[in-house]
Design a protein around this ligand. Structure first.
Ligand code: ZN
Length: 395
């Protein structure tokens, strides 16, 4: 168990991190907070590095790249990397963290807490600052505080891998139960669908128009009826899909000539994603053919899709998984191995050749106003992270 003083310090640290505004693309204040704490325990300036991933990410005027810190060790053991993402979803901006018994929630009912993933940032930062402050022996460490995770793992995708110092073992904190070890995650595809119809006066000559909204409605209705929206559970197709945003139209008296939809598809199988993308495209093309103006015009559909991350899985025999499992058992927690339905930074780390295990840190109801942090779970995660940082858990 953490000492009473450590419990207090870890809670104070996470409360301060939760209160910082920092949605995707605007993580600079979080990074500054982390850097201040690392400097305070003696991490030298030349160990602290920011990459330029944000210049390649899609959010314009992003404030910072990934924060990468290399800490020298006094033991000659393989380098371990500890990581978490600094951004939160927009609903968490303005979070007012409030301790209510064993949980932390946002006092403002309109905002989420942001434990996803400030609890992860706090876990890594607490572990390393405690270790350095106590001058405990440890091996070489890399800390990675990534940006723009919540908008499709962009920071991890464009990460400056060379700046990591070739870690042999990598641990990511982002999730709920600290005993849950996530070894893989689903793949995701995001798309923007633009439907270009034909404007006309809705009262004088509606027949001359082609309504982009009608086309979209037909396509969406057909996808829904075919069981291809939401949870998809068919013999040969398993995954999820969502049309999450629709923007278009101008006024009641104009046939809408443009509608833009933002949608996503997820599955563990790349093949399934490919099939679903085709089915989506066909639904919109078919719907476009159904809506014609009196002059025979139809809508055109333009697609902008991108496979944000591929499904991946590391084996249970991966050394980082073994180490995390041993440490959890030492702490009387039974490791639970799982595969996530959401994307994780670990997804891109895997693509970059760094197999990474993801651990929980007490987050619950992520991305909702009811989000909360389970304090005992968070503090168990801190303890696990301290042992990992200290080089424990080898067979
Ligand atoms: Zn997260």
């Amino acid at each position: 168990m953490l000492t009473a003083a450590q419990q207090e310090r870890s809670l104070e640290l996470v409360l301060r991190l939760l209160a910082i505004k920092g949605q995707s693309g605007h993580e600079a204040d979080v990074a500054a907070f982390v850097v201040d704490h690392l400097r305070a325990v003696g991490v030298p300036e030349d160990a602290i590095h920011f990459d330029t991933a944000h210049l390649r990410c899609p959010i314009p005027e992003s404030t910072t790249g990934n924060l990468i810190v290399q800490v020298d060790g006094d033991r000659n053991i393989p380098r371990r990397m500890l990581m978490a993402h600094m951004d939160t979803v927009p609903i968490c901006v303005g979070s007012q963290p409030d301790v209510q018994g064993d949980i932390v929630a946002s006092k403002d009912p309109q905002t989420g807490l942001g434990a996803d993933d400030r609890a992860g940032v706090a876990t890594v930062l607490f572990a390393v600052t405690e270790l350095l402050q106590q001058r405990r022996s440890h091996g070489p460490l890399t800390l990675l505080f990534s940006v723009q995770e919540e908008i499709g793992l962009q920071g991890a995708r464009y990460l400056d891998v060379d700046a990591l110092g070739q870690p042999s073992l990598a641990f990511n904190w982002d999730g709920g139960d600290p005993a849950k070890l996530t070894l893989g995650a689903i793949g995701g595809y995001r798309m923007t669908i633009d439907i270009h119809g034909q404007a006309s006066h809705a009262g004088v000559a509606p027949e001359k128009g082609v309504s982009a909204i009608t086309v979209a409605s037909l396509a969406i209705a057909n996808l829904h009826r075919a069981g291809l929206l939401g949870k998809i559970e068919m013999e040969d197709l398993c995954g999820t899909s969502n049309i999450g945003a629709a923007h278009g139209g101008q006024a009641t008296n104009v046939v809408a000539d443009h509608l833009q939809l933002k949608a996503e598809i997820r599955s563990h199988q790349l093949k399934t994603i490919e099939i679903l993308v085709e089915r989506f495209q066909k639904a919109f093309e078919d719907a476009a053919g159904e809506v014609r103006s009196s002059e025979g015009k139809t809508a055109s559909i333009s697609w902008n899709g991108d496979l944000n991350y591929q499904a991946f899985s590391i084996g249970g025999e991966t050394p980082s998984v073994q180490i995390a499992s041993r440490i959890l058992k030492q702490l009387d927690a039974e490791p639970i191995l799982s595969i996530a339905n959401g994307g994780l930074d670990a997804n891109w780390l895997f693509q970059h050749g760094i197999p990474t295990v993801t651990l929980g840190c007490g987050q619950h109801n992520q991305h909702m106003t009811s989000e909360r942090l389970d304090i005992p779970q968070f503090q168990l995660a801190c303890e696990v992270a301290m042992k990992i940082a200290a080089g424990e858990g080898d067979a």
